[in-house]
Design a protein around this ligand. Structure first.
Ligand SMILES: *Cc1c(COP(=O)(O)O)cnc(C)c1O
Length: 230
């Protein structure tokens, strides 16, 4: 199941240490451990990291079962409705809500276990066709719906997006900037009374510096901490 080139414990500590020095204090670091073994997560954990991200439900469940219970698990990848029930009892945040159907399922399952789940709405900002996420019109329609307003077991904490996979920094910056603009607009129009809309999840190993310059509050970093994935 796990392959690629997981970094050594010393490397993981060194990389986490320098990220900690580098990241401004208002930025939350999600250590993305997907495809890396449990002992890599533990190395980061023992170095003080508590927030981890996984992109597949099966892998998240397998790791959460055996790893320390005070880890905050974020599901950062695409989520299918039929898998929501498995993660809702313990997950800290779901980053990739990309349909009303999925949001309804999270609400329903969270109600059953009497939890309120923090979620982010995933926006499609990249030029690639394949990426999931809402466009602006869809986002506004969702936020205007009375159905969403009546959901008491989800808390919409903000937006998430992924820039185009390119070396063109101007393009990446433009995409992040437009997401930040949308985030600010949505906060003003829909969440004025609620300070809970406070999270903009953007930036990965290759582009987190740009993302932070453009207003990110949460970065999802995998390979720069744990090593490459095959
Ligand atoms: C894998 C993944 C990341 C981390 O990617 P790196 O380039 O390894 O930092 C961030 N966000 C999502 C949604 C991912 O699937």
């Amino acid at each position: 199941m796990f392959n690629g080139m997981t970094a050594t414990v010393k490397d993981i500590e060194a990389r986490l240490g320098s990220l900690r020095d580098e990241l401004p204090p208002h930025i939350t670091l999600i250590a993305v451990s997907k495809t890396h073994p449990e002992n890599a997560v533990l190395a980061a954990y023992h170095f003080g990291q508590r927030v981890f991200g996984e992109n597949k439900v099966q892998e998240l469940l397998a790791k959460a079962e055996v790893l320390p219970k005070d880890i905050e698990w974020h599901l950062i990848g695409h989520l299918q409705s039929n898998k929501v029930k498995h993660i809702v009892p313990f997950v800290s945040m779901i980053h990739a809500i990309d349909s009303l159907k999925l949001l309804k399922e999270v609400e329903k399952r969270a109600a059953r276990v009497d939890r309120v789940i923090d979620v982010l709405l995933q926006m499609h900002i990249a030029e690639e066709e394949s990426k999931f996420g809402f466009d602006k019109t869809e986002l506004l329609a969702l936020l205007h719906s009375t159905e969403v307003e009546q959901m008491n077991h989800i808390c919409i904490r903000g937006l998430m997006g992924m820039a185009t996979f390119t070396n063109n920094e101007d393009q990446i910056r433009r995409e992040f900037r437009s997401l930040k603009q949308l985030f600010d607009d949505v906060r003003t129009s829909f969440f004025k009374e609620k300070s809970t809309f406070d999270t903009l999840s953007m930036g990965m190993s290759g582009d987190y510096q740009l993302a932070i310059e453009e207003g990110s509050t949460m970065v999802r970093i995998g390979s720069s901490i744990f090593g490459s994935r095959s």
